[in-house]
Write a protein that binds this ligand. Sequence first.
Ligand code: PLP
Length: 302
Amino acid sequence: MSNPLLEKLAELKRVVGNTPVIRLRNLFPSNVEVYMKLEFMNPTGSHKDRIALFMVEDAIRKGLLYPGGTIVEASSGNTAISIAWVAARLGLRAVIVVEEQVSRQKIGVLKSLGAEIVYARQGENVKLASELSEKLGGVWLNQYDNPANHLAHYTTTGPEILRQLGEVDLFVMGMGTCGTVTGVGRFLKEKLGNRVKVVGVVPRGSAIKGGPGKGDRIEGLITSFVPGLCREFDEYVDEIVEVSYNEALKAVKELARREGILAGLSSGANIVGVRRALELFKARKVVTIAADSILRYPELLS
Ligand SMILES: Cc1ncc(COP(=O)(O)O)c(C=O)c1O
């Protein structure tokens, strides 16, 4: 029996992923090949389009979502936008729980996609999303613990990287939900063995590295708690390095000026992370991710 939601979802799968990789020609010595996968070329401008599709598909297949059903998620960033986009295409109701200080510009994007916004006090958006999903009879996707997030990258981003580059010695990625670093990391290690090293990047002071949890704010990367997926799949991450806000910002500007790549702040953190990782591991071919674009953060451009 055909499922109208799955049919619409299949249409979206054709336009998500298969993003290009580009070699960084100026920021690293010529004896190391460093590539960046441009995830900002996904339809809503980030790698989160991949996980929105996977998490929604998983919920449909489990019989939790039906035409006209409700999705609830706690996110003020890229995931919220990706979920609102999928919901708009599938005719679902999206309720996004955001913390009070989220920018008006992001709220504008979410509203333009038809999402309903619920405000929560700082640190309370996850709890409120869980409560709201019960109250509204909706599905709480919960990207921090949802294995479909990890599987999206295990099934799509990882294989794309291997297809595009053939061989990789080192993969470096910022840790938010840890879906990307663990999903890609697992795929590469299963295919290439433990000779491929996987390095996670966190903001200075992050709880993931045992810090006080009041780390520098690098949007998308985690500071205050250790997400479930980071724990569950930690065997696929060899090392975690810390990066400060100022270092990430400087690298974002270098990426733009010296490489012509308009990537967001977490991509700057990834560049600093690659430098740190190359001090820890010998590597000839390195890949990292530009998760989103600087155009999403116009305030950083000045
Ligand atoms: C801009 C940005 N970079 C990096 C990440 C981290 O990716 P992941 O959640 O897969 O660990 C996120 C996650 O929200 C993000 O929005």
